[in-house]
Design a protein around this ligand. Structure first.
Ligand code: CTP
Ligand code: MG
Length: 218
């Protein structure tokens, strides 16, 4: 399948850990354009992407992304959790393949996106990820209880890509059960037998989460 796809860009968070006093996706990078605009750019320029649904606070959108309004963009309101925001986006999707991307990831590269697209020609769910650089400790009550073998650990990124029907079905089950995942493939892992393919991403594709992610050393 593939290769025409819809993308949902989730941008309706509060950005609390970034401590800007406003949603971080509207912060401007050095070129004067917002993080959200950067996150949208790669999809604006991909002719296989037939629909961009931005999940956002509309007022902020008009203030910050105006003049950037070609036909393939749809706007929807955010939810209380990232998962709810994704589900609002899913209601608009018409392509058989959907990608979910964080509005807070402005540095996605074309090669990673192409690898993900190619993977979706034969898979039903896939995500970009990179080998974990740090040793990860499982800590309970202040003491280490386990050190997982780092060679099996990857950092999950976005985009994460899905057969649209599959994600819609798993999303319904998650809401019915009251389960909230921190990413989208976790719903596939939990509510289907489909194996999720790990696709090599890039360390540059980081999520802007804390001030240090924009090079601030305080
Ligand atoms: N997001 C969303 N709706 C929510 C929560 C998050 O659309 N209710 C989006 C954010 O805008 C962001 C992405 O999901 O692009 C990843 O979430 P995260 O990095 O946690 O962003 P925030 O929730 O905004 O930040 P924080 O958790 O620090 O408040
Ligand atoms: Mg958050």
């Amino acid at each position: 399948m593939l290769m025409k796809y819809s993308v949902i860009i989730v941008a309706a968070g509060k950005g609390e850990r970034m401590k800007l006093g406003f949603n971080k996706v509207y912060a401007r990078l050095e070129d004067g354009r917002t993080i959200l605009e950067h996150a949208m750019d790669i999809f604006m320029n991909d002719s296989d992407c037939v629909q961009i649904t931005v999940v956002t606070d509309a007022q902020n959108y008009y203030d910050n992304v105006k003049g950037f309004w070609p036909g393939k963009i749809t706007l929807v309101r955010g939810g209380n959790t990232r998962q709810e925001s994704v589900s609002h986006g899913l209601d608009t999707v018409f392509a058989e393949t959907v990608m979910i991307h964080d509005g807070a990831r402005p540095f996605l590269d074309k090669d990673s996106l192409e690898r993900l697209k190619q993977t979706m020609e034969t898979e039903k769910a896939a995500l970009l990820c990179v080998p974990t650089k740090d040793t990860i400790k499982v800590v309970r009550d202040g003491y280490i209880v386990e050190t997982p073998d780092r060679n099996t650990l990857m950092n999950a990124q976005t985009p994460q890509a899905f057969d649209t029907e599959l994600l819609v079905g798993c999303m319904e089950k998650a809401f019915k059960e009251g389960y909230t995942g921190t990413d989208d493939t976790s719903l596939i892992e939990r509510y289907s037998d489909v194996r999720v393919k790990a696709v090599e991403g890039s360390y540059a594709n980081l999520k802007i989460t804390v001030p240090e992610d924009l090079g601030e050393r305080k």
